[in-house]
Design a protein around this ligand. Structure first.
Ligand SMILES: Nc1ncnc2c1ncn2[C@@H]1O[C@H](COP(=O)(O)OP(=O)(O)OP(=O)(O)O)[C@@H](O)[C@H]1O
Ligand SMILES: [Mg+2]
Length: 254
């Protein structure tokens, strides 16, 4: 297993009354799998991803990356936030160099990886541009290749297509699939969008709105590159909408 999450518990003390966000959450992601976490707002998806990244400590449970237990952030995990979080004062190329510099990748190797990544993301010749000079799609591709530059074992993404309009979102999903098909990095991604989950994932893990439990772990058996149509696609859609409704109802329980 590339990523193993076992028995994670997390409580927050809200004005004295403890609020259980995650209770006994376990999941695994196999080498080269694309797995999404789907669930209603507030069910604990971001909290879980942040625990996996090492940004938040769990009360109990363990995270293993390539069989090694981790408790702090490290270069074995790349992270993409909802807002892309590129450094606005750095050029596109310097954004992508940044994780490699931090890891002490030698200059020649760094520049070679940079060229390969920019060409993979169809950003050749754009390295000198600054984030404010990039379109939304270019920013997102930069964020993806920056996260890949450090050669992480696992790529963690929190609603990476969340902040854009519908057309752009579809385009970004297609770009992401294309990049991933070239790269096959192990991915754990958060979304609350059923269609996005089906389009992107090898497996969809559905979280309940009540006490942060895993309700279902559904393999998506559709050929790639994916199509957003067809009987099987719509069967998955119905199944996930039902699960999500149930997850939402669970969350309304006291
Ligand atoms: N630092 C914190 N202190 C107290 N409660 C918190 C904290 N962070 C998150 N929570 C609570 O934990 C719950 C889960 O939050 P989380 O951000 O993980 O949800 P989510 O599933 O990512 O939701 P969304 O889909 O809206 O992004 C929420 O009820 C939230 O209010
Ligand atoms: Mg969230």
């Amino acid at each position: 297993m590339k990523l193993e999450v076992r028995g994670i518990h997390k409580q927050y003390a809200n004005a004295g009354a403890p609020h259980t966000v995650l209770s006994d959450v376990s999941l695994t992601v196999g080498e080269g799998q694309y797995v999404t976490l789907l669930g209603p707002s507030g069910c604990g998806k971001t909290t879980l991803l942040n625990i996996v990244a090492g940004f938040i400590a769990a009360d109990r449970g363990t995270i293993r990356v390539a069989e090694r237990e981790v408790s702090k952030p490290g270069p074995d995990r790349g992270f993409i936030f909802q807002s892309y979080a590129l450094f606005p004062w750095m050029s596109l190329a310097d954004n992508v160099r940044y994780p490699m510099k931090r890891q002490g990748v030698p200059k020649d190797e760094r520049e070679k990886r940079l060229d390969d990544l920019l060409s993979m993301a169809r950003l050749d010749g754009k390295g000198h541009l600054y984030p404010h000079q990039l379109s939304g799609g270019m920013k997102q591709r930069t964020a993806v290749v920056r996260a890949l530059a450090g050669r992480p074992q696992v790529l963690l993404m929190d609603e990476p297509f969340g902040a854009v309009d519908f057309q752009m979102r579809l385009m970004m999903q297609e770009e992401m699939e294309r990049l991933w098909l070239k790269n096959r990095t192990t991915v754990l991604m958060v979304t609350h969008d059923v269609q996005e989950a089906i389009y992107m994932s090898d497996r969809v893990i559905v979280m309940s709105g009540h006490g942060g439990r895993i309700m279902a772990d559904l393999p998506i058996d559709l050929p790639r590159p994916r199509e957003r149509r067809g009987e099987i696609y719509h069967q998955y859609e119905d199944q996930l909408i039902d699960l999500l409704q149930q997850a939402f109802v669970d969350g309304e329980r006291p």
